[in-house]
Structures are given as C-alpha cells and as structure tokens.
Ligand binder design. Structure first.
Ligand code: 5RP
Length: 224
C-alpha cells in the first residue's frame, strides 16, 4: 500500500469517527494538506449531516466551497465541535509538528477553539522524538533575520522557505536539527521571540485523538 492509499484510509477512518457526533448544528473544523484534502472530499458526502465548516487555509476553504460546503468565519461560527487535520510528525503523546503546508497559524487557532482535535496520519509520521521534520516557524517578514539568529541560539539551523507567503502575508523559517526533548517548553520559548507569529509545535495543545493508518489497518490512539 503506498502513502496516498494510507492517507485515504486515515481520512475515511476520520469520517467514521466523527459521523456519530454530527448533527445539523455541528461546525466542523477543517485543516490543510493532502491528507485533509482526502478528508474534505469524503466530508462532502455528508453534506446535510452538519451545519458548516471553519477552515485553516484559503486552499481548504476553496476545496470545501467547491464541494458546496458552507465555510464560516471563525469569529461568527460559535463552538467548533471537532477539528480534523493532518500532521508532519506525531509522538506517542500526540504532540505534533505541523506547518509543512505553511498553514500552521490558522491551524493552531482552529485547534485551540475546537472541543476535540482529531489528527489523521499515515504511519510514516510516527516518531519517538519530534524534530526530524524541520520545525516551521511563521515570522513577520521584517523580523526574519532576527528570529533566525535567535533560533540558532536554541541550537537549530534555520532555513528561509523561499517563495512562500502564508495566508497571513508572512514568511516561513524551517528549523533543522533541533533537539526537542521538551516540546511544550520549546513551543512556548519560540513563541517568546519577537517577530514570531507562531511555530509548528502543537504540544501545549496536541491532538486529542490520533488516527494512524498503516499496512496493518487503522489504529485510533489517545495521548499516553
Ligand atoms: C499544513 C500541515 C499539514 O497538516 C501537514 O503538512 C501534513 O500534510 P500532508 O497531509 O500533506 O502530509 O500542517 O500546514
């Protein structure tokens, strides 16, 4: 089974997981990325089972609307019952690295608002220690060099993701070779650097449920 087939399995399993929780008032939070795109395509089959979606990126909003799904502004949406999104890495505590698709800030906002965060991955994303995937950090453009110097002090090797502008008009630095022994602490520390908008560690608010697809089938994990 290739990685795309595993992503499809995870997306299908997320639909099965959330289906019993939906009613005509439910707002579904929707993430960003190739796994989430497969989820969106399945969610379209459930139109009428839920009220509307809130979205973590312009790309996901466009895909949802193309399926005829109503997408609300988060400020006027009311409670978000469930948020479904992929990840670049997850550990056994369901602490994540996200932001490979540069949508980390809006993803973190929707995750913060959601009552339940269901993360969907194939098993290649499971790691013992976060950080093999370079940590994305969204920065205000004029602060890029300052933030990069501060990230070097934390032991990382920052690389500017050239040509990428986030949906918020900012830039991305990918931080290689970080030793992430305490993800919640590092998440908070990076957020203290002036000019950082958000970083891709989702540790202080990790996933509540992790749906992992492998060649052996789909497992649903809770934080250890
Ligand atoms: C986007 C993300 C994605 O969830 C993450 O990059 C995983 O993407 P994919 O499902 O394409 O592997 O955080 O900012």
């Amino acid at each position: 089974m290739d990685q795309n087939e595993l992503k499809q399995l995870a997306a299908n399993a997320a639909i099965d997981y959330i289906k019993p929780k939906l009613d005509n008032k439910t707002i579904v939070g929707v993430g960003t990325g190739s796994t989430t795109n497969l989820f969106i395509d399945q969610l379209a089959e459930l139109k009428g089972w839920f009220a509307a979606a809130v979205s973590s990126s312009d790309a996901s909003t466009e895909r949802l609307r193309a399926h005829g799904i109503d997408v609300l502004d988060l400020n006027s949406a009311g409670p978000v019952a469930v948020y479904v999104d992929g990840a670049d890495e997850s550990n056994q505590h369901l602490q994540l690295i996200k932001g490979g698709g540069a949508a980390l800030t809006r993803e973190k906002i929707v995750a913060a608002v959601a009552e339940e965060f269901v993360c969907i991955v194939d098993d290649s994303k499971m790691v013992d220690l976060l950080g093999a995937f370079p940590l994305p950090v969204e920065v205000i453009p004029m602060a890029r060099s300052h933030v990069a110097r501060e990230l070097v002090k934390l032991g990382g090797d920052p690389v500017y993701r050239e040509g990428v502008v986030t949906d918020n008009g900012n830039e991305i630095i990918d931080v290689h070779n970080l030793e992430i022994l305490n993800p919640p602490e590092l998440e908070s520390r990076i957020n203290q650097i002036v000019g950082v908008v958000c970083n891709g560690l989702f540790a202080n608010r990790g996933a509540d449920v992790l749906v992992v697809a492998s060649a052996d089938g789909v497992k649903t994990l809770l934080p250890e």
